[in-house]
Design a protein around this ligand. Structure first.
Ligand code: SF4
Length: 351
């Protein structure tokens, strides 16, 4: 439609297949993955227009702040370390400035995110850990909350658990990827924990923070995954009482260790297993949400109403999606309300 348009390609795939991509008709610019935040200035030759260094907004209530990139773990199915390289953390002062700007702009939830969030600070000369970053921003005197995006089990330290238990800003929610509940599959995946260690840590977290919301990822159809291995995953997820499971099917990534393994699980079985996990996720979510019936919660009210019911909607700090009555003036605020009804599909709250 616009013959003068320039087409720039960036992202992980560019790191490996730049030659192939440059031959695609119409592609004018190839920007390395590590330079993608400078994309506009690289193309226009002008100074970056994102001088505030703000990472990303979602709606008008929460903002994602990317604090590190890359990963030092080499899970056998994952291409990330190959295309993004080793973990690199953003300096704490830079992050604090970004968070302050976002809070001034009215955002009420800051989601700290990264490719391997728990690695933050470990590449500094004077090593820091994620809790240092949290302590650096949770003293900003504003009415807001901090959520951690996905974090691997190995980075959940005693100190972090204590921080979540005692902080009035840090959400009582952890997304901890499990991937499999069977030790032999975990080993093949090069995941650095056993099923018992995972369970032990979850129990430890729940002892300190009884009603914490725990969500997870499960990878289905990894080479060699048999019924017995999948059943072990189901059993562990039930025992951990996670309240949301992001189930995804294995796909082979060139260059990874797992790519050398023969695929053994037929697609139809993978689909069935994913469906089973989706059903389990909804059952576990229902059980968890019932714990909050008649209890007071704080909801960050989103800037769009629920499409089906036209009610206001938002998430609690424990990551329960709530529907509530109220007028638009509540949008964007942290609102205290009571859970009045819990069904398989929804959670209702009243003022
Ligand atoms: S799955 Fe996560 S922890 Fe494992 S290598 Fe990939 S990015 Fe790193």
């Amino acid at each position: 439609m616009n013959p003068k348009a320039r087409i720039a390609v960036t992202g992980c795939v560019v790191e490996k297949d730049a030659d192939i991509i440059s031959k695609i008709d119409g592609v004018t610019d190839i920007i390395k993955n590590c330079d993608k935040e400078k994309l506009l200035s690289l193309i226009t030759g002008q100074a970056s227009v994102t001088s505030n260094n703000i990472t990303n907004f979602k709606g008008h209530t929460k903002a994602f702040v990317k604090v590190q990139d890359g990963c030092n773990n080499f899970c056998s199915f994952c291409k990330v370390p190959l295309v993004r390289g080793r973990s690199k953390s953003r300096p704490i002062d830079e992050i604090k400035k970004e968070v302050a700007l976002l809070l001034d702009a009215g955002f009420k939830e800051i989601v700290l995110s990264g490719i391997c969030l728990g690695e933050w600070g470990r590449d500094f000369k004077k090593t820091l850990e994620l809790t240092d970053l949290i302590e650096g921003i949770d003293n900003l005197s504003k009415d807001f909350r901090i959520r951690l995006s996905s974090i691997e089990l190995r980075y959940i330290t005693q100190r972090l658990i204590k921080k979540i238990a005692t902080s009035n800003k840090l959400c009582k929610h952890l997304h901890i990827p499990l991937q499999s509940g069977d030790d032999s599959i975990l080993k093949k995946m090069n995941r650095p924990y056993t099923r018992d260690e995972f369970l032990k840590k979850i129990k430890e977290i729940r002892t300190s923070i009884p009603h914490i919301g725990i969500t997870t990822d499960a990878l289905v159809g990894f080479p060699g995954e048999e019924e017995v291995h999948f059943n072990a995953t189901l059993a562990l997820l039930k025992e951990c009482k996670v309240h949301r499971i992001h189930a995804f099917s294995y796909s082979q990534r060139e260059g990874t260790k797992a790519a050398a393994l023969k695929r053994t699980v037929p697609d139809s079985i993978v689909r069935d297993r994913v469906d089973t996990l989706i059903r389990l996720s909804s059952e576990l979510s229902y059980e968890y949400r019932k714990e909050f019936l008649d209890k007071e919660v704080e909801v960050l009210v989103e800037s769009k109403r629920d499409k089906k019911t036209q009610l206001l909607t938002g998430y609690t700090d424990t990551y329960i999606r709530v529907l509530l009555e109220g007028d638009d003036s509540l949008m964007g605020s942290l609102y205290r309300c009571n859970i009045s009804d819990v069904t398989l599909d929804s959670t209702l709250a009243k003022a």
